[in-house]
Design a protein around this ligand. Structure first.
Ligand code: AMP
Length: 190
């Protein structure tokens, strides 16, 4: 089974590309952001705590997010998985590696969607304007965006080097159009 990690800053198109891989290539997407938003929407106490953290643009504590991610992997280990939004720091990357080792799974391709930071700001502002009230994410606003980019630079960006050293990192120009990025991903995974 082919397993992929999609890496990239907020607004780089990880969600869009994951959807295409699900629709066209029969992958199963594990998006920690989507899993967390479901808990937030449930209105539970845990959801209220998560909402505060996510609205600020901070990372949710590792123990919470790792538990949720591991549950999904256990349920879906027979499928081809795309990890979208996980790992977000070195500790999460190492935990994922350990867990996959234990169940004889591995990551075949870590695909990094590289997008310049000024372009990201434009993309996210467009996403804020275009999303209807129902779809609007409460963390899609300018101050949270700046915080999310800072968190990405400080905590997530270093994991690129971690995978580069392992030899399974593939970099794609994420500023290309959606179709072109999708084609490049397919060239890598086929
Ligand atoms: P995303 O939908 O991937 O942009 O994630 C939205 C928010 O969920 C992030 O800004 C974080 O607050 C939280 N989040 C998602 N994935 C993780 C993760 N792997 N670790 C910690 N927090 C996460």
């Amino acid at each position: 089974m082919t397993n992929i990690i999609l890496l990239g800053p907020p607004g780089s198109g990880k969600g869009t590309q994951s959807k295409l891989l699900v629709e066209k290539e029969n992958f199963f997407q594990i998006s920690t952001g989507d899993i967390l938003r479901k808990v937030v929407n449930s209105g539970s106490d845990e959801g209220k705590t998560l909402k505060k953290i996510m609205d600020k643009g901070d990372l949710v504590p590792d123990d919470m997010v790792i538990k949720m991610m591991l549950n999904s992997v256990d349920l879906d280990k027979e499928k081809k998985i795309i990890f979208d939004g996980f790992p977000r720091n070195i500790f999460q990357a190492k935990t994922l590696e350990k867990k996959l080792d234990e169940i004889s799974m591995n990551i075949d391709f870590v695909i990094f969607l590289d997008v310049k930071f000024d372009i990201l700001e434009k993309r996210i502002k467009k996403r804020i304007l275009e999303s209807g009230d129902k779809d609007k994410r409460t963390d899609d606003n300018e101050s949270t965006l700046i915080k999310r980019l800072d968190v990405y630079k400080e905590l997530t960006f270093p994991i690129i080097k971690f995978y580069e050293e392992k030899g399974n990192l593939y970099k794609i120009n994420g500023m290309l159009g959606v179709e072109d990025v999708n084609n490049k991903i397919n060239e890598i995974i086929r």
